[in-house]
Ligand binder design. Structure first.
Ligand code: SF4
Length: 218
C-alpha cells in the first residue's frame, strides 16, 4: 500500500471507530488539572485505571499542587499508592518530578514533550497523554500495549517498538486525530481485539483488516 492508500485506510479506520466508540475518546483517569493527570498517568503504568482512580480520589483531596507534593516524604505518598503495582518507584518519581516543577517551572506543568520527558519517570507515552488530554495539544501519539497489538493486526506497522509505531502513525494520521487515535485503539483493544483473543466477528473493521478471521465475500 502506498502512502496515500495508507492515509485513506487509517481515515476509514478512524471514521468507523469514532462511530463505534465515540464515548471512549477521553482518558478514564480522573483528573481536574494537568498535574493531577500527570500523577495519575505515572501511576497507571501496568495498573488498572480503576485502581489508580481509587487511590487518587483521596490523594488529590489531601495534596493538590506540585508544591504540595514536593514537600512529601515517599512514605507519606505510599499511604495512598500502595494498592498500585510498583508504587514505591512511581511515588518517588512523582515527588522528584514535583520538586523539579516547583523549583524550575513555578509549579506549572510544561506543555512540550521535550520538557515533560525531562521529569523523572516521564516517558513519551505519559507526556503525550498529558498534552492531549489536559491541554488539547497533539505533539505526538501515546502508544500503549493495546495500540501496539491493534496497529500490528491492522497491518499499519510490523514492529512492537512504541516509538516506531508512533512515528508511522504520525505520518499517515491527520494531526487533529493524534489524541483520538490512542483512545480509539485502546477502546478496540479492550473490546474485541485483545492481546489474548480476536473477536473479529464483532469488529467494525472485520472487512478491511488483514488479520480478520471473518471471510469477506466480494
Ligand atoms: S478484524 Fe479482528 S484482528 Fe482486525 S482489528 Fe478487528 S478484532 Fe482485531
Amino acid at each position: 500500500m502506498n502512502a496515500s492508500g495508507k492515509k485513506q485506510y487509517i481515515a476509514e479506520i478512524i471514521r468507523r471507530l469514532k462511530q463505534r466508540y465515540s464515548s471512549e475518546m477521553k482518558t478514564r483517569l480522573d483528573h481536574s488539572t494537568g498535574w493531577q493527570l500527570l500523577v495519575a498517568t505515572m501511576l497507571s503504568a501496568q495498573a488498572m485505571d480503576s485502581t489508580v482512580n481509587k487511590a487518587t480520589h483521596s490523594l488529590f483531596k489531601a495534596y493538590k499542587t506540585p508544591k504540595d507534593f514536593s514537600r512529601l516524604k515517599p512514605t507519606q505518598l505510599y499511604k495512598f499508592t500502595r494498592s498500585i503495582g510498583l508504587y514505591r518507584a512511581k511515588s518517588r518519581n512523582i515527588i522528584k518530578s514535583a520538586r523539579m516543577l516547583a523549583e524550575q517551572y513555578n509549579s506549572k506543568v510544561p506543555k512540550s514533550i521535550n520538557e515533560l520527558t525531562r521529569l523523572p519517570g516521564v516517558g513519551r507515552k505519559t507526556a503525550n497523554v498529558v498534552l492531549a488530554n489536559a491541554y488539547g495539544i497533539n505533539e505526538g501519539i501515546a502508544i500503549d500495549t493495546h495500540c501496539i497489538t491493534v496497529s500490528n493486526r491492522l497491518g499499519v506497522v510490523r514492529t512492537k517498538n512504541p516509538e516506531k509505531i508512533e512515528q508511522a502513525l504520525m505520518e499517515i494520521t491527520p494531526r487533529k486525530e493524534w489524541g483520538n487515535i490512542t483512545h480509539l485503539f485502546i477502546a478496540l483493544g479492550r473490546d474485541v481485539c485483545t492481546a489474548r483473543a480476536k473477536l473479529c466477528e464483532r469488529c467494525v473493521l472485520n472487512d478491511i483488516c488483514p488479520s480478520s478471521t471473518v471471510k469477506v465475500v466480494k
